[in-house]
Design a protein around this ligand. Structure first.
Ligand SMILES: *[C@@H]1O[C@H](CO)[C@@H](O)[C@H](O)[C@H]1NC(C)=O
Ligand SMILES: *[C@@H]1O[C@H](CO)[C@@H](O)[C@H](O)[C@H]1NC(C)=O
Ligand SMILES: *[C@@H]1O[C@H](CO)[C@@H](O)[C@H](O)[C@H]1NC(C)=O
Length: 256
């Protein structure tokens, strides 16, 4: 119904004068503005708590979509040939980890406090997928993984190793014991979603795709039904001039 009214309105729109068009445009923008207020905020970040964590005894960096790259490159010096290691824990709260990430977070926090007293220990960072769903999509990161980033000055490729942690048993001693073992205990990240060198990042697609996936996750199932029914109806329209196809098919048969 709505589509037909739109079609009927099109010629009117086309012949409308500039100022009328401007009015439509303003209305449309107004609509978008209102619509935008229904979309949940895709990123949450507490800069004060993050600054405290970074300056505190754990020297823990909280990653966001805006700061992750800069943060990881921060300790890297020009001309450095030995990689600077970062450990990032992907964690979550009720939404992405169903409340099961407390133990691993605590173990990681304790490890960070221990590493902060050592020289040459990995730099420590945390990515919370409840707070930063887009960044988790950009990395295609699940919760409860330890990521080891081997940072070299730009534009060198970055090696990343990942290890899934056991959320029910992990302790900070387990984590400390993993230090320097990324090549043996972790697996090398080589996917399409590799945050630095994956195809998605190279094509500049990782952020738009991350938003797209996030958007699909927000859609309630009835919206999916609506989309599917819309597409199946469109397919019906394509299939309606079927007899002609049959004719063509018959012709082929006759000539064959
Ligand atoms: C997470 O879920 C638990 C139990 O359902 C609830 O007690 C707690 O308040 C929730 N936490 C947040 C941050 O929503
Ligand atoms: C770990 O430290 C971070 C940063 O201070 C904090 O937000 C988080 O709640 C801590 N997690 C646990 C389980 O203590
Ligand atoms: C975690 O460790 C416990 C005890 O060793 C084991 O029973 C459980 O299957 C492990 N979970 C995963 C996900 O590996």
């Amino acid at each position: 119904m709505r589509f037909t009214t739109l079609v009927a309105a099109l010629p009117a729109l086309a012949s409308a004068q500039q100022d009328t068009f401007g009015q439509y445009q303003a209305q449309f923008q107004n609509f978008l503005g209102n619509f935008g207020s229904y979309i949940p905020n895709p990123g949450r970040h507490d800069p004060v708590a993050a600054a405290e964590a970074k300056a505190g005894a754990m020297k823990l960096n909280i990653l966001t979509l805006d700061n992750w790259k800069q943060t990881l490159y921060e300790p890297v010096k020009e001309g450095q040939t030995e990689p600077e290691e970062w450990w990032i824990l992907t964690t979550g709260n009720n939404k992405t980890c169903f409340g099961h990430c407390d133990r691993v977070e605590q173990a990681f926090n304790e490890t960070a406090a221990k590493f902060a007293l050592q020289t040459n220990a990995p730099h420590m960072g945390m990515l919370n997928c409840d707070d930063q769903p887009i960044l988790c999509n950009v990395w295609s990161a699940g919760v409860g993984w330890l990521w080891s980033f081997q940072m070299l000055p730009e534009p060198a490729p970055i090696e990343i190793y990942k290890k899934r942690l056991n959320l029910t048993t992990v302790t900070s001693d387990d984590l400390v014991a993993l230090q320097g073992k990324h090549k043996t205990e972790f697996k090398l990240e080589e996917s399409f979603w590799h945050p630095f060198n994956g195809k998605a990042a190279e094509l500049g697609l990782s952020v738009p795709l991350a938003y797209l996936l996030w958007g699909f996750n927000l859609l309630p199932s009835w919206a999916f039904m609506l989309i599917i029914s819309f597409f199946s109806r469109s397919m019906m329209w394509v299939l309606v001039p079927g007899p002609r196809r049959n004719e063509a098919g018959n012709n082929n048969n006759n000539s064959g």
